[in-house]
Design a protein around this ligand. Structure first.
Ligand code: HC0
Ligand code: SF4
Length: 571
């Protein structure tokens, strides 16, 4: 242990600890800007500088290791003045149209400027590097970029995508794409992890809420909405409610108030996906099909596979994602049942994900030239719409989803967590194989946040080797092992975002980034609690799923199922 003093507090921490970590452990808050633990630790912005008695100059706390007997002052006059000056310099080069910025009041730079009393910027404003890139679902505004490099690190190191890089050109240093092409045209998988990690408003999702407002105001259209499983445990954060709290009932009420004709649930079609994908898995195992079967419900992951692992495209499940399956049945089965004209149906999705905007636009997702899903908004965009409508979210009563496409099981809900699709599939496959209603349905080996999870399950004489990965960086590692022949599975679940959908690129943004892990844990716990409370916890027991097969689809893998619910990817 190393002993030192921080702001008069006697501190004792292991060798190798940074001053920043040591301070945090003893509840001394040192501000940071570029630093993101475990993701981006360059020590470059210097907002975290501190004084060490007897040392020359100020030290960046995020990269300076503790030493025996040192005396650290984290907020003396020199430190405060230096931070303020650094902030002024950053602000001098920053587009300061805060009022119209998507990150107003959720901006780390704005908060620091306020904390350090930056009331005016005395430096000359340089020409803003204004350049908007708004073709795909990820919109970049370089005039707001402060060059912290966090987006580049998460994209390259965590996601292993390398869609963006820092081009060093002195005063013209900028975050750009290789060859400066539009982000949408390159290898970017639209995961939105760069949006979530951006401290300011330089990155955001394409705003599709106007499309939704117009549809809602069009008397000709019958507008239905589906809500992804992960939204219900995160939307509350936008209204100051505790992280991970379930706001499903209030969300449904709010959506009705916004004017949607029907409020349905993606967890219904998650159950539908399990029926189709479980059947596909058993067929591939029993009839010698291509293995491992790899899930394809995460559109960021699918695009990553298309760019980097084309040799695995035939391994991808032919099942469309729950979002797309929902759209397909909302424009076929639903209007037939409700006596509506399918052409008048407008399908909106509320997703924790930015890549879902891209998925909805893919040609592979069309049925007879018609899109399954017409508009996709993120959890954040829904929160803004609720605020714009003047709805007092926290005071809303709970209400229930509409019938026909609104009932789900615990299996459908856990899709939101990494490992959830696997667990849901195993619940159904195990019952099919044994012909029983099994009670042991919690597969703990596929839960949690470990990067690569593995489980071998034996069901009625059949061995199923399963793996679960989240974050495309982990997926790449696993697929490399399969390529080398050092790993081998029957079934793999891949989610493009670290943590799965609960940490999707469209989820609420935290101001305190050091809480990321805790937030993921709380949201995941909220999801598992919903599963435990569910009346039915297996997809094949969902009464509305039984009904759609009886009355419309016939059976999993039927001709009609293939027409509506399946697709395929080619290089
Ligand atoms: Fe997900 Fe989904 S679980 S990808 O993370 O499979 O976005 O929440 O809606 O489609 O159901 C996202 C979340 C979904 C889909 C489902 C899957
Ligand atoms: Fe990289 Fe994902 Fe951002 Fe695209 S959306 S630039 S892949 S982090």
């Amino acid at each position: 242990k190393i002993n030192l003093k921080i702001d008069g507090i006697q501190v004792s921490v292991p060798k190798g600890t940074t001053i920043l970590q040591a301070a945090k452990e003893y509840k001394v808050n040192i501000p940071t800007l570029c630093f993101m633990q475990g993701v981006h630790e360059p020590g470059s912005c210097r907002i975290c500088v501190v004084e060490v008695e007897g040392w020359r100059g100020l030290q960046p706390a995020c990269v300076t290791k503790v030493e025996e007997g040192i005396v650290v002052k984290t907020a003396g006059k020199l430190v405060r003045e230096t931070r303020k000056e650094l902030l002024e310099l950053i602000l001098a080069n920053h587009n300061r149209e805060c009022l119209s910025c998507a990150r107003n009041q959720k901006c780390e730079l704005q908060k620091l400027a306020e904390d350090f009393g930056v009331s005016s910027v005395s430096y000359e404003k340089k020409a803003a590097r204004a350049e908007m890139d708004e073709w795909g679902p990820i919109v970049r505004d370089s005039s707001k970029c402060i060059l912290c490099g966090r987006c580049v690190s998460i994209c390259s190191n965590t996601q292993k995508v390398n869609a963006i890089e820092i081009a060093q050109r002195g005063a013209h240093t900028t975050v750009t794409t290789p060859y400066e092409e539009a982000l949408s045209g390159r290898s970017c998988i639209n995961c939105g992890q760069c949006i979530k990690i951006c401290p300011v408003g330089a990155l955001q999702e394409r705003d599709d809420s106007d499309k939704v407002w117009s549809a809602l105001e069009d008397p000709e259209l019958h507008v239905v909405v589906q809500t992804a499983p992960a939204v219900r445990v995160a939307l509350g954060e936008e209204f100051g409610l505790p992280v991970g709290i379930n706001v499903r009932g209030k969300m449904v009420t709010a959506l009705r108030r916004l004017g949607f004709d029907k409020v349905f649930d993606t967890t219904f079609s998650a159950d539908l996906t399990i029926m189709e994908e479980g059947t596909e898995l058993l067929q591939r195992i029993q009839q010698g099909g291509k293995l491992p079967l790899i899930t394809s419900c995460s559109p960021g992951w699918v695009k990553f596979c298309e760019h980097n692992f084309t040799d695995f495209l035939d391994n991808l499940s032919s099942c469309k994602s729950p979002q797309q399956m929902f759209g397909a049945v909302a424009k076929s089965y639903y209007p037939q049942k409700a006596g509506l004209d399918p052409k008048k149906i407008f399908v909106v999705s509320v997703m924790p994900c930015t890549a879902k905007k891209y998925e909805a636009d893919r040609e592979e997702m069309m049925v007879q030239g018609r899109k399954d899903v017409d508009a996709v908004i993120t959890t954040r965009e829904l929160a803004k719409m609720i605020k714009q409508a003047g709805i007092n979210f926290n005071d809303l009563e709970d209400s229930e989803y509409d019938e026909l496409l609104g009932t789900s099981t615990g299996a459908g809900v856990i899709f939101a967590n990494t490992g959830g699709v696997m667990e849901a599939a195993l619940r159904t496959v195990a019952d099919i194989l044994t012909g029983q209603d099994l009670e042991a349905i919690e597969y703990s080996a596929v839960r949690g946040f470990e990067g690569i999870k593995e489980a071998t399950v034996h069901i009625d004489g059949l061995e199923i080797k399963a793996a679960v990965v989240h974050g495309t960086g982990n997926a790449a590692q696993l697929l490399d092992r399969i390529r080398e022949g050092t790993a081998n599975y029957h079934f793999i679940e891949v989610m493009g975002c670290p943590g799965g959908c609960i940490n999707g690129g469209g989820q609420p943004i935290l101001m305190d980034k050091s809480r990321t892990q805790e937030v993921n844990r709380l949201r995941a716990a909220g999801i598992y609690a919903l599963d435990r409370q569910a009346v039915k916890r297996k997809s094949h027991e969902n009464p509305e799923i039984k009904k759609i097969y009886e009355e419309y689809l016939e059976k999993p893998g039927s001709h009609r199922s293939h027409e509506l619910l399946h697709t395929h990817y080619v290089a």
